[in-house]
Every structure is written in C-alpha cells, then in structure tokens.
Ligand binder design. Structure first.
Ligand code: LLP
Length: 421
C-alpha cells in the first residue's frame, strides 16, 4: 500500500502533483510520502501489539534525517551500521536508548563514539570484535551491552548479494560457536551480554526461512538460560520483502510474519527487537525522471532518461525489477511498446528497465520509478561526475526538499591540484 495515485489525470504523491513538483525542483528527484512511511511503520509495530517490542528501523535503507525524524516521532528506534548513521539518528532526535549498532567492521573509534552516546546495544559479529569492544568499553570505564549476531546457516531464498544468513556469508558468529562465546563474554569486564541477534537476509518473501532460523534462535536462547545467561531481548533483524511487481508478488503480511516470530518467542519472556528497513521505506518512495530522447537502435528501442545507474543502482546490481508508471495517466491507455529504459552513464549496465512493455513515452514525458524509497538514494553516487539528485518529502498537500541538489562547486570544488604543477 502506498500513497502514489492518479488524481485528475496526473500522478500525485499524496496531494502533491508530481508534474508540478518536477517543474519546481527539476528532474530527476526522489520523492517520499510521509503517510506511507507512517503507515508501514504502524502496520509493522501493530503486528506485535501487546508484546514488549522495539522496532529499530534499519537506517541503511533510507537515511535522510527527515525520514528518520518522521519514524522517530512514532517511537521508532534505529539500527545503525556506522558512526555516520549514528550521527544521523541522533541529528534526527532519536534517543540513544532506542539505537542498536550492527556491522562486521566497527572500528574502535566508532565503538567509543557509540559507548559515549549510550546506545541500547551492539550487535557483535565475531570473536575479535567482541575482544575489541571489551577493551574499548573497559578503557572508558563502562560496560557495552551486547547481543551476539548468530549465523544460522539458512538459505533465505533471496538474491545472492543480499543473503546474510548462510555459512559462507561474512556475517555473524557460526551457530555452533555461539554458546561458548556467550560463556566467554560472561567473564569480560567491559561487556554485558543481554541479547541475541539474527538477520538472515533481505527481500525475503517466504516465511519458511524465517521460521527455520527463529527455531534455532529459540533453541539457543534455551541453552543460554541453562547456562545462567540472562537474556533481556531477542533481535530478529529485518528482511521482510516488499511487492516490487504490484499485486503480482505479494510478500507475507507483517501479521503473518508476527505469527512466526511470536511462536518462536513464546515463553522466553524477552523484549522483541526488529530491524526492518525495506518494508518501511521501499514503497514510500519513487524516483521521478524525465525522458530525454527515444532512440531507435538496430533492433530495439531505448528510452533515454535523465536518471541513471548512479541514482538507482538496484536494477543493474541485483537484477532488480522496479515498476515504471507514467506521470501523465492518459499514456496508460495507449498500447504498450517494448523498450529499454537507460540513463546517460557510459556503461551498458546503466539501465532502469530492460525489454519492458511500457506506455509509449515520448520526449519530455515524466516517469515514476516505483518502490525506490529503500536502497535508492542511499546507494547513489556521483559517477560520471553527475550531481546527487534531490530528495523531497511530501506530507498531505505540502512538500519539503529534504536534500537539495548540490551545485558543481560542491561536487568538484574540494579537489586540489598538487603544488608540483
Ligand atoms: N539488519 C541488518 C543487520 C541488515 O544488514 C539489514 C540489511 C537490515 C537489518 C534491513 O533489512 P531489510 O528489512 O531492509 O531487508 N542494498 C540491497 C539490500 C541490502 C540489505 C543489507 N542489510 C538492496 O537494494 O536490495
């Protein structure tokens, strides 16, 4: 469910016309809907109503501080993976006791920063990381609150680049070493273990891998209890998929996911933590781009638009499919034509859609690349010395440019020619 719909023949974000917005901010740009962000957060949180829950939105999906503020106001915590993300969460006003810190390569400086901020917990991914955190915390005279991230060796049945729970993936402590590591941690002065963490992958559309993984989590929690280790929370990670192809691929509803979680968590008497990212942000955002040229190749048609792989890398990086809608509704009534939607970047991999049956877009037409609110703007780059594109947040009939388009001086002005020239 999202709030991008046609009104009076023009695609709107809530009550804002995307045609008007494109004239005002210029293309390409990302546009996010407040109502959709809020709705997704609430649907997820409500699925666990009655339980002791902390939803830590995974900032990596969309880290604009206006988005973080929107979710923070609803009570959301944050899952961060770098000092930068932690700074963003704090800049958005999210209290430290609602923040968890994940990632396989936290530096000692990042650990110290997070300890000084007083975050809720670290998700620790390895023995050496645990030793480093122990040292840093001990040096600061504090105890780091820790959940060990456990790798259950389960195939989440998603794209291989976004699977994180198999033995060959770099994430987490192997399941059969976790129990011993908890015992070891119990003897460390700078560490207090208080939870277990697991995250098996992203864009997961089948509940079975979750169920299998959570059954293992439950077994480990039982063993730790036997060992006298106190568990305050279980962090089930994120990963719930979203419908990229409209009603043709419907992932499990958060309520169904909640049944699987609550089955596993029964009688453990632990607080439940989650780190959803995509499920909250993906369908709350679109990328709006304008057609530059329609080019007839030797045997196919290329629709050349002003957004490119540097703005949205998902199609080429993960073979991801994003629906494309015309901003002008009347185009939908015309017979579709097969085309590649490509950008100006000098790479064959620069495309937003391949061999797609689309309305007959012509020069200057606007298109909306749907479900681009997660892992879109955050993964953009300035490749080909292209300017990062603006981000716009809509709320009802209002909009705010929440990241302006930089100018060329900001892009290249920081570079220096050495004085040996
Ligand atoms: N927690 C941890 C520890 C994670 O590594 C991730 C995502 C999440 C939570 C959030 O997962 P979500 O609910 O969003 O599935 N760039 C890729 C996705 C990478 C996901 C990385 N980790 C893409 O565009 O598909």
């Amino acid at each position: 469910m999202h709030q991008f719909a046609y009104k009076g023949g023009v695609l709107h974000a809530e009550d804002v016309s995307l045609d008007a917005l494109a004239s005002e901010v210029g293309t390409p740009f990302y546009c996010y809907s407040t109502a959709t962000l809020e709705r997704h957060y609430k649907v997820f949180a409500d699925a666990f109503s009655g339980a002791d829950v902390l939803v830590c939105y995974s900032i990596k999906a969309n880290s604009n501080i206006a988005v973080l503020r929107t979710l923070g106001e609803l009570g959301s915590g944050m899952d961060v993976v770098s000092e930068g993300e932690l700074r963003r969460a704090r800049a958005a006003g999210v209290p430290p006791e609602r923040i968890v810190f994940s990632g396989v390569g936290k530096t000692r400086e990042e650990m110290a920063y997070a300890l000084n901020e007083g975050i809720y917990a670290f998700n620790v991914e390895s023995e050496p990381e645990l030793a480093a955190l122990n040292e840093v915390a001990h040096g600061l005279g504090v105890k780091a609150r820790v959940a060990l991230r456990v790798n259950p060796d389960i195939d989440p049945k998603t794209h291989r680049k976004i699977s994180t729970g198999k033995a060959e993936d770099k994430f987490g402590v192997p399941f059969d070493r976790a129990r011993a590591l908890y015992k070891e941690a119990a003897g460390m002065q700078g560490v207090e273990t208080c939870g277990i963490h697991m995250h098996i992958g992203s864009q997961i559309t089948d509940l079975k891998p979750f169920g299998d993984a959570f059954t293992l989590l439950r077994a480990l929690a039982g063993q730790l209890k036997e060992d006298g280790i106190k568990l305050e929370f279980i962090n089930f990670g994120g990963g719930l998929g979203v419908p990229y192809r409209g009603s043709n691929d419907v992932p499990p509803h958060p309520d169904e996911y909640a049944t699987v979680v609550l089955d596993a968590a029964e009688e453990l008497n632990c607080k439940l933590l989650f780190e959803p990212g995509r499920m909250i942000a993906a369908n709350a955002g679109i990328l709006v781009t304008r057609v530059l040229y329609v080019k007839e190749g030797a045997n196919k048609t290329f629709t050349v638009v002003d957004a490119a792989m540097n703005d949205l890398i998902r199609p080429t990086l993960y073979e991801a499919y994003h629906d494309i809608w015309p901003v002008r509704e009347s185009l939908r009534a015309e017979p579709p034509q097969k085309t590649d939607v490509v950008g100006p970047v000098c790479e064959t991999g620069d495309y937003l859609a391949l061999d797609r049956d689309l309305p007959p877009f012509g020069e200057a037409d606007l298109m909306a690349v749907m479900t681009a609110g997660a892992y879109g703007a955050v993964q953009s780059s300035t490749y080909n010395t292209r300017l990062l594109i603006p981000e716009v947040l809509v709320k009802g009939g209002h909009y705010a440019v929440v990241r302006p388009r930089p100018d060329y001086d900001e892009l290249i002005g920081g570079e220096k020619i050495p004085d040996w020239f």
